[in-house]
Design a protein around this ligand. Structure first.
Ligand SMILES: [Zn+2]
Length: 364
């Protein structure tokens, strides 16, 4: 058990004792509740209409294979995923959406070995919203607690995840899916009292394509749309992010990454600005050395994207965690210069670079 999950466990035990709303059954589901008499926090928050969310009983979910963990606090982030499989179906019916949910749950339980669906919610291409992991619906409605899922590696105690049916690497989401996603997130954010800045994509945490280049590219638009649905006005402070680099990508950011890999001791990596096999091997070895596991996001067995060696949000902090100033290490200096020439900004040249310096440099 990791330190984080032991903390979660303590939070769970501390809050245990209040009975849940008709879930349990034969599976012995533990429930973490508020102290008696405490008002649900959501009651004090703004009103956004609750979307129609089809519960696990309505789409014929299997019972969970273990205890659903419920934490006595709200999650920090609302995370957007794509299912990749079953692809971009033209069947927009509720029947199809329910079938997708059963298929995801089967894959997550029987192949991944999880106790239940990994995501808290599923959003279909037809705009139907369904509960994923058991108890997610009642717990979000209640507003003060969090059902721990399995959808963002290393961060599940702090994220509520939405699987959007389809693959959005090169094509856009259907309008119905977009509208239901806005409504669902506006409701979740309101119940949890979270700002729109807490809306993230899966790749903001793990080195994965998910939720696809096109849908990921619309996240700022999504934050604005959710804010509007919540009756809020900007401007919003949008988070700095790390870019995702993949094999066959090319350009100054790849070249900078190659210099940083060399600065970390991977001296066989070329600095040609092309994400080739040697670069990919070095990234994978760096991930292994720090215990960073690949977290490909696929909802069924058929999609087995190999994202090992992708360079994303969980790798950049390792790569840029250097104690060398640009003037003290030739490769660190070359990385900085490469990014500055490409338009990256650096506020205090010559100093020790911290996370936001690198993020600004990389966003050029
Ligand atoms: Zn994902």
């Amino acid at each position: 058990m990791t330190a984080a999950s032991s903390l979660d466990r303590r939070a769970l035990l501390r809050g245990a004792g209040v009975l849940g709303l008709g879930a349990a059954g034969a599976t012995g589901i533990a429930v973490a509740g508020r102290p008696a008499g405490a008002a649900p926090t959501a009651e004090r928050k703004g009103s956004v209409p609750a979307p129609r969310v089809y519960g696990t009983a309505e789409w014929g979910a299997r019972p969970p294979a273990g205890e659903i963990e419920v934490l006595d606090r709200v999650p920090r982030y609302i995370v957007v995923h794509h299912t990749a499989e079953p692809g971009n179906s033209e069947d927009h019916s509720l029947t199809h959406a329910m079938r997708v949910c059963r298929s995801i749950q089967r894959f997550h339980m029987d192949t991944r070995g999880w106790i239940d669906s990994g995501q808290q919610f599923t959003n279909s291409r037809g705009g139907h919203v369904l509960e994923g992991r058991h108890r997610s619906l009642e717990v979000v409605h209640d507003g003060g607690r969090h059902v721990v899922g399995a959808n963002v590696g290393g961060r599940n105690s702090e994220v509520v995840g939405i699987e959007n049916e389809g693959l959005y690497v090169t094509v856009d989401v259907p309008p119905a899916l977009w509208d239901s996603l806005v409504a669902l997130i506006a409701w979740i954010a309101t119940r949890y009292g979270r700002p729109v800045e807490s809306i993230m994509g899966h790749r903001d945490f793990n080195s994965t394509e998910c939720p696809g280049e096109v849908l990921y590219g619309r996240l700022d638009e999504l934050r604005r749309a959710v804010a509007k649905a919540m009756g809020q006005r900007g401007p919003f402070e949008l988070p700095l992010k790390w870019p995702l680099l993949r094999p066959n990508d090319a350009g100054p950011r790849v070249r900078a990454a190659q210099h940083l890999l060399r600065a970390r001791g991977f001296s066989d990596v070329p600095t040609d600005g092309v994400f080739g096999p040697a670069t990919r091997r070095a990234v994978a070895r760096l991930a292994d050395a720090h215990g960073v596991l690949p977290h490909s996001c696929t909802a069924t067995l058929r999609a087995s994207a190999d994202e090992r060696g992708y360079l994303g949000s969980d790798i950049w902090p390792l790569l840029t965690a250097t104690t060398a100033r640009p003037g003290e290490n030739a490769d660190v200096g070359a990385a900085v210069e490469t990014l500055r020439r490409a338009g990256g900004r650096l506020e205090s040249p010559g100093g020790l670079l911290v996370r936001r310096d690198w993020q600004r440099l990389l966003s050029g």
